[in-house]
Design a protein around this ligand. Sequence first.
Ligand code: B3K
Ligand code: ZN
Length: 882
Amino acid sequence: MRTDSPQTIYRKNYTPPSFLVESVELGFDLDPARTIVANRIKLVRNRDGKHSDIELHGEHIELVGVRMNGKRLKPGQYTLSEHGLTIRKAPAKVTLDIETVLAPQENTSLSGLYVSNGNFFTQCEAEGFRRITFFPDRPDVMAKYTVMLRADKEKFPVLLSNGNLIEQGELGDGRHYAKWEDPFKKPSYLFALVAARLVCQEERYTLQSGREVLLQVWVEEGNLDKTDYAMQSLKNSIRWDEQRFGLELDLDRFMIVAVGDFNMGAMENKGLNIFNTKYVLANPRVATDVDYAGIEAVVGHEYFHNWTGNRVTCRDWFQLSLKEGLTVFRDQEFSADMIGTDTGRAVTRIDQVRTLRQAQFPEDAGPMAHPVRPDSFVEINNFYTVTIYEKGAEVVRMMQTLVGRDGFRKGMDLYFARHDGQAVQCDDFRAAMADANGRDLKQFERWYSQAGTPVVKAVTQYDAAAQTYHITLAQSCPDTPGQTAKLPFHIPVAVGLLGADGKDLPLYTDGAAGQGTVVLELTEATQTFHFSGVAQRPTPSLLRDFSAPVVLDYDYSDAELLHLFSHDSDPVNRWEAGQRLAMARLLKLTADVGAGAPLALDATFIAAQRALLTDATLDAAFRELALILPSETIIAERMEVVDPQAIHTARQFMRRSIAAALKPELLAQYQANQTPGAYSPDAQSAGKRALKNLALAYLLIAPQAAELELAQRQFDAADNMTDRAAALAALIHSGAPDGAASALKSYFADFEHEALVIDKWFAMQAGAPGTDVAAVRKLMTHPAFTLKNPNRARSLIFNFCGGNPSQFHAADGSGYAFWAEQVIALDALNPQVAARLARSMDRWRRYVPALQAHMKAALERVAGSASLSNDVLEVVSKALAN
Ligand code: B3K
Ligand code: ZN
């Protein structure tokens, strides 16, 4: 057990930096075993600072020497600790020369400067720069950087850093150099360098203003056939930000570099974005439709950070959602606009709702729950969460709903007019939105300060004689760690009323007359909204387009849900009605499994599924989404006491019943949604493939020879990874061992040298209900498996612990023991990745007592292990805390 207790950092203790940095000159002598970093910083005393000590962060680096204004500092003049270096009572203007030594090839944490496949990369957000040199490594210290890179020319022919290349040349003895200058002030977390053997696809691109810029996508040589889509996405992102927000690329050169070892998706370093290969590399042979969509979204996301994050950055890390929530919102809007159709837009919205329910609502209800702007943390890297990102995006979206699309643009313009070049707070963004629109958004602030998912309970009343309709909305929010008795939120609730013919009724309500939808603003604990001129008892369509990240509680009858499911003009609520129909039945089935009662599925539900599946007036993408049943995780969230086996049995029963009842229709849809001709990742074709492959998966539940043959044929004939992987997954899930085994073998042989495809190979097996702990352990001994590569670790271990509930929650606790072992093993290599895995035990208190006991033991085993990182310690201590 470790003895020092990790420090909690509080938002309320923020103090301005004592010194500001005017300029930074960095010199790197790059060597994998021993890299020397020379750092010259010019500092000036900050007028807002509280004292005259210079505080520099520094971790896991060796200090060779420090000079202040040219004179070597003697040991008594500074103090050096595990976390940094302090120079007491420094003069008001100081030049420091600091030399450090590091060993990039030993750095398995992938934070700071590290080596991946023989090449150098950096990752500095949040606090990685301090692993490179001593520096005030906090986002409110912004400075101009000049960077000199020196390295062996043969091994590292490409030397990149932020900004513009201003000089390059030979050094003799086989080494060369490159000097880069970033014209923009930036916080240290946006610093980056790459020294590597890479090649690039490049293109000159003309901005709307007529200025020409150079765009590059850098990859390893064998991957040059997989860069087109990232380049296209980058150009689309640049154009979109010009058109939607009037924001132009401010550099002459913009680079994307792909790396195989990376802790997350990508990083928005100024002018030099570094990406996980997963979000760059694509061609039809290796990437699925989902991969293509991911690339478009992440390329957009990182590009959009150039304004929301880089030009205007965060004052401190508690403000992380200022840049992340806003930038996720921007990338969501970008993806939706790229599809362009109303249903396409709705399909992206439904995806967002699914992510919230699958990951954010559970986080909000668990031990790691935190507000969008947290009050405290132990390890900031643990706070790159679905709450900061996805709920943060919902909060921004609600502001747009409240002030309208044009009002939102005005708010953005004011935000940049006020804060360009500054490090600011979430409150500043809200103030810009409020001021630009003359709106009071004070109460709205609670979305930033209060954690937990609000519940909105709706009750309706129709008065036929008076032709009035009343909707009473009551809101509440559960307690979360450290927060009780929450105050009411400002919640936009978009509402429509359907008549018997399924059409929207005209709306006459207190303040507003609406065509089909009005946005009710719920600000009190309970509020009643009145509608007049309602000629018939309507069916309410509540929370259209998922207008707020809340749980809507309304006692719908089956008849009402079926009506909405077939007619709602809001596609998101159409989908939602289907989910409600399915969820009610899944909860009942789960209870029946627990009680040993016979299981049955009603004909009404089957008929609704049939109608949906065969309704050719609906987009294939929408039908596919609407046919996906709520996941086992989402069902679990609806239960007081979770029995994962019962949930699994119930859901499988429902799938089997649907498959058995709709076999001819499934087969017909399988045929009708083929996409002959050259592969294209566009939304229309991707939607067809998704529906076709959903049909295939259903057909492969309890398959006969004909269905197995169908899957095998698709697997053999597929000219694209979407269809090939779907066929393989269907074979694996069918439980027909022979077909799956040979397909797995040939798939591996075909793609042995495509790391991202092998990740899928592991992932598909990890998530299959037939894969138990023993099988996962066996897969870990496969020569292609390694814990050191985060993508690979995620593909097998995370997908098992988080994506295979019926096996992970095995009654004997073997899944949890496995989890504990892997968390501990990963922590020794890479604490950030280990801490993510540690989160799979968040909801342990919700499970049946027998499982809880095993889970607690596993958590205690991790908590008690020697030399644990702060990252993992924070997660497991919070899970165990009362
Ligand atoms: N800003 C980075 C995330 C950095 C995570 C550090 N642990 C990626 C992004 O959100 O764009
Ligand atoms: Zn981001």
